[in-house]
Design a binder for this molecule. Structure first.
Ligand SMILES: [Zn+2]
Length: 93
């Protein structure tokens, strides 16, 4: 993922803050199409988008506020496979 700001957690691991976007290593733009260089976004190859979503939901006191990009969020949301689509076990014996 990529973000506009940086902070370090208790383990001194670089973490994203500010405007946070989903980003795949090997590309030069975010999932929503923002060029990293033009938007001055830092890369965080070691941080997964899912982790950022989780962190936002369970933010501890002192954790910098992050603003997750909604467009990236929509693009990375797992798609439903339809496995739970009204399937009933039709067992009639
Ligand atoms: Zn984005």
């Amino acid at each position: 993922m990529a973000a506009s700001s940086t902070w370090h957690d208790a383990d001194n691991v670089r973490q994203p803050s500010g405007d946070v976007h989903a980003w795949w290593p090997g590309t030069n733009q975010t999932v929503c199409g923002t060029p990293l260089s033009r938007a001055r976004l830092d890369r965080f190859p070691h941080v997964l988008w899912a982790d950022a979503v989780w962190t936002e939901g369970t933010a501890e006191p002192g954790t910098p506020i992050t603003a997750l990009c909604r467009r990236c969020g929509a693009a990375t949301r797992p798609r439903r496979t339809g496995a739970s689509h009204g399937r009933r076990s039709a067992r009639r014996t």
